[in-house]
Ligand binder design. Structure first.
Ligand SMILES: Nc1ncnc2c1ncn2[C@@H]1O[C@H](C[S@+](CC[C@H]([NH3+])C(=O)[O-])CC(=O)[O-])[C@@H](O)[C@H]1O
Ligand SMILES: O=C(O)C(=O)Cc1ccccc1
Length: 235
């Protein structure tokens, strides 16, 4: 279904409710530049590290697109676990897993309350940005602690620039991208308001510092387009 959520006047904050879930795949494809390509990169890098029966978590799995693609492309059986606290998203995830015949354990839980054990790989694409800063640092520490000794964490985020002028230019270019994707100025400004204080982006440097502070030995940017980035962190 086509995302028309912000065509009408919306007074509440952005939420992953039934309305958003029903148009979510279209929303991501049209609002996250190179979404499909970053998902492909996530899978390509992931496959370099995975062996038979490895445990993989996707934190903020939404409709499970990434784990389904990983399941399709892996030559090994993997234990795939998707976690999200939106029932509406997970209902769709469950239907898609059945339709594609991919076995994924879907957990309806808050990322901050649940534990991830024996993880070889943890993925979290465009989700940390929705976790409040103090909690975010704690979550990263939990991710680090949950990973096997040679475990990998792949994540993607909307980012900002610490240079005010460049930051403004990045936002303008991003809004042009949204217009090209068919969103009107009204939809763009309504969504911007709804995301205020809900989506809190860090700079690329802040993301890397947070990762290294948690104990990871290395963090590499494997993709960047203006204000969106994908990282791989090695324990
Ligand atoms: N505290 C939380 N606990 C659990 N889930 C949460 C929490 N906060 C947010 N979520 C969930 O995180 C997901 C973020 S979307 C991820 C896209 C996906 N990774 C993709 O690559 O297709 C990104 C976006 O919409 O920009 C939503 O499904 C929320 O319900
Ligand atoms: O930052 C924005 O303006 C976005 O639209 C990014 C986004 C994409 C999908 C869900 C929430 C935010």
């Amino acid at each position: 279904m086509v995302d028309k959520i912000f065509e009408k006047s919306i007074k509440k904050q952005f939420e992953f409710d039934e309305d958003v879930a029903s148009v979510f795949d279209d929303m991501l494809n049209r609002s996250v530049p190179y979404y499909k390509q970053t998902q492909e990169l996530t899978i390509k890098f992931a496959l370099n590290y995975l062996n038979k029966n490895d445990v993989v978590y996707d934190l903020g799995c939404s409709t499970a697109s990434t784990l389904i693609e990983l399941g399709k492309h892996s030559k090994y059986d993997l234990k795939l676990i998707g976690i999200d606290n939106s029932s509406a998203m997970l209902a769709r995830a469950s239907k898609k897993c059945k339709a594609f015949g991919i076995d994924i354990e879907l957990r309806n839980d808050d990322l901050l309350n649940t534990s991830y054990e024996n993880a070889k790989l943890i993925i979290s694409n465009y989700t940390l940005q929705f976790i409040r800063p103090l909690q975010r640092e704690k979550l990263i520490q939990k991710i680090y602690n949950s990973l096997d000794k040679d475990g990998i964490f792949i994540f993607s985020e909307k980012v900002i620039s610490s240079n005010k002028t460049l930051n403004k230019q990045c936002i303008d270019i991003y809004y042009d991208f949204k217009k090209q994707q068919g969103y009107s100025e009204y939809e763009i400004s309504q969504k911007r308001e709804a995301l205020e204080n809900v989506l809190i982006p860090y700079t690329e440097e802040e993301n890397k510092k947070m990762i290294l502070d948690a104990g990871f030995s290395h963090c590499e940017t494997i993709f960047k387009w203006v204000n969106f980035a994908t990282f791989i962190a090695i324990k």
